[in-house]
Design a protein around this ligand. Structure first.
Ligand SMILES: [Zn+2]
Ligand SMILES: [Zn+2]
Length: 462
């Protein structure tokens, strides 16, 4: 049995692990590298294996850093099956097509730029929409939590709820070779138990080898309850000043969680029922629909609300603005509105228009509810910039800025240790998907007979 690592090694993005066992080559995730321009450029490099040789891909969840290179895998000759939960299949479709459109748009813009400088050959996108449709055509069996899926003679995979985003899974591969059966568990991204819409992570009780994420391996989260209070407080204060609340929001999970908290705020009279809420993101609107199709992934009390006809992802005055004309109309509203739009780090998308219209007004607030990496517009505002460039305009930052940190979709250090501790029979643990500091911090506290921090393209013979 061979295990090799081709992404998210001493880094957070680009998850991609290869398991060779019982005559099969199984890829777990094929994610996009994200962050700096340098990282983005690395997406075009060789995978470190032949795409045509892969028999099957097991996809842990629909985040771009886990599914974003699947179209490239198909473009380079992969023709096997992609196995994922049915919620992941639907969400990955959204995420991958959105990424393909962005790639095509960027390539078009870059081509125009180089043509002005005399170049004739157009710049090719990393992958196109047709490449993505090819990859989507390879999605095969839908995995149900806890049900074993045969991958070939003597080899099977079982998906377990990872509690991270809708449909997310940790995947256990069980393989028998030469009369010995061994198991390898891939954590995917592990959720934190306080997620309001999802069930807590439920890993299998035993695995010989564990490949686990370490995003927050060096940190503890603040409790969620305080964050919800902060959110209601920010909304109340802003409306009292006559302004709008602008929330840069990730389309997957965070948007639905904020809708859920707004619903609960209205239901418990912490927010007025007349509050106008705009979900100004076609992707978040589609993702919210997908949530409604998958009660099997939701926390029992959320499923119960749906069953009782009380849609927990709605408030009385919720406006879903798919069309850009409707989005632009929001800019005429001076106060009393909550506007949720992407991108979450304000690096692109409709949120930039809302920031341009509201950031300079003392009556307004901008509420950051997610991670903002260095160099992004979100991070500059959070770090206290007085003047920022938004869509080519210099905009003074006069709105009140809130950073609410308790909504993380990732387990913190204590939860990672608990998750790992609940898995018996451990022979070795491979730590991935983290900055080196976080990986080291987690490694120093984990109880495992052998701990590895793989390098990119490193192979282990097990
Ligand atoms: Zn994720
Ligand atoms: Zn991830």
């Amino acid at each position: 049995m061979k295990l090799s690592f081709h992404g998210a090694d001493r880094d957070v993005t680009g998850s991609c692990h290869l398991l060779e066992v019982a005559g099969k080559r199984i890829l777990v995730d094929c994610g996009m590298l994200q962050g700096s321009r340098e990282l983005a450029e690395q997406n075009a490099e060789e995978f470190g294996f032949d795409a045509r040789s892969i028999d099957v891909v097991l996809l842990t969840h629909a985040h771009l850093d886990h599914c974003g290179r699947l179209p490239l895998l198909a473009k380079r000759g992969f023709r096997g099956e992609i196995v994922a939960t049915s919620a992941t299949q639907e969400l990955a479709r959204l995420v991958m097509l959105d990424a393909a459109h962005l790639q095509e748009e960027e390539a078009r813009r870059a081509s125009l730029h180089t043509r002005r400088r005399g170049a004739t050959a157009p710049i090719e996108p990393l992958y196109s929409v047709p490449d993505t449709l090819n990859a989507l055509g390879l999605f095969g069996r839908a995995a149900s939590y806890g049900a074993s899926i045969p991958l070939g003679p003597g080899i099977a995979a079982t998906f377990y709820d990872a509690g991270h985003i809708l449909g997310s899974a940790s995947i256990l591969v069980e393989a028998t070779e030469g009369g010995t059966t061994r198991t390898v568990l891939f954590s995917g991204d592990i959720g934190n138990a306080g997620r309001p819409l999802l069930r807590p992570p439920t890993p299998p009780s035993a695995a010989d080898f564990v490949v686990m994420e370490s995003t927050y391996g060096d940190r503890l989260h603040r409790p969620m309850q305080g964050s919800i209070g902060e959110l209601y407080g920010a909304i109340g204060d802003t409306f009292a000043r006559g302004g709008n609340v602008i929330i840069p929001t990730f389309a997957l999970e965070r948007a639905q969680e904020i809708l859920f908290f707004l619903h609960r705020g209205v239901a418990t009279s912490k927010l007025s029922a007349s509050v106008q809420v705009f979900l100004d993101s076609p992707m978040a609107i589609s993702a919210t629909e997908i949530f409604r199709h998958h009660p099997e992934c939701l926390a029992p009390d959320v499923t119960r609300l749906f069953a009782d006809g009380d849609d927990p992802l709605r408030v009385p005055n919720l406006h879903l603005t798919r069309e850009s004309a409707d989005s632009m109309a929001i800019n005429r509203i001076a106060g009393g509105a909550i506007v949720m739009a992407g991108s979450g780090m304000a690096t692109g998308g409709r949120i930039r228009h809302h920031l341009r219209h509201n950031l300079w007004r003392t009556a307004c607030s901008v509420v950051f509810v997610g991670y903002a990496s260095a160099g992004t517009l979100a991070r500059r505002i959070i770090d206290g910039a007085r003047l920022v460039n938004v869509l080519g305009d210099e905009v003074p930052v006069k709105a009140r800025i809130y950073t609410i940190n308790g909504f993380s979709a990732h387990a913190d250090q204590r939860e990672l240790l608990d998750w790992h501790g609940s898995i018996g029979g451990n022979k070795a643990t491979f730590i991935v998907h983290g900055e080196p500091v976080a990986m080291q911090a987690l490694a120093s506290r984990l109880k495992s007979p052998r701990i590895e921090l793989p390098q990119l393209h490193e192979t282990f013979d097990l």
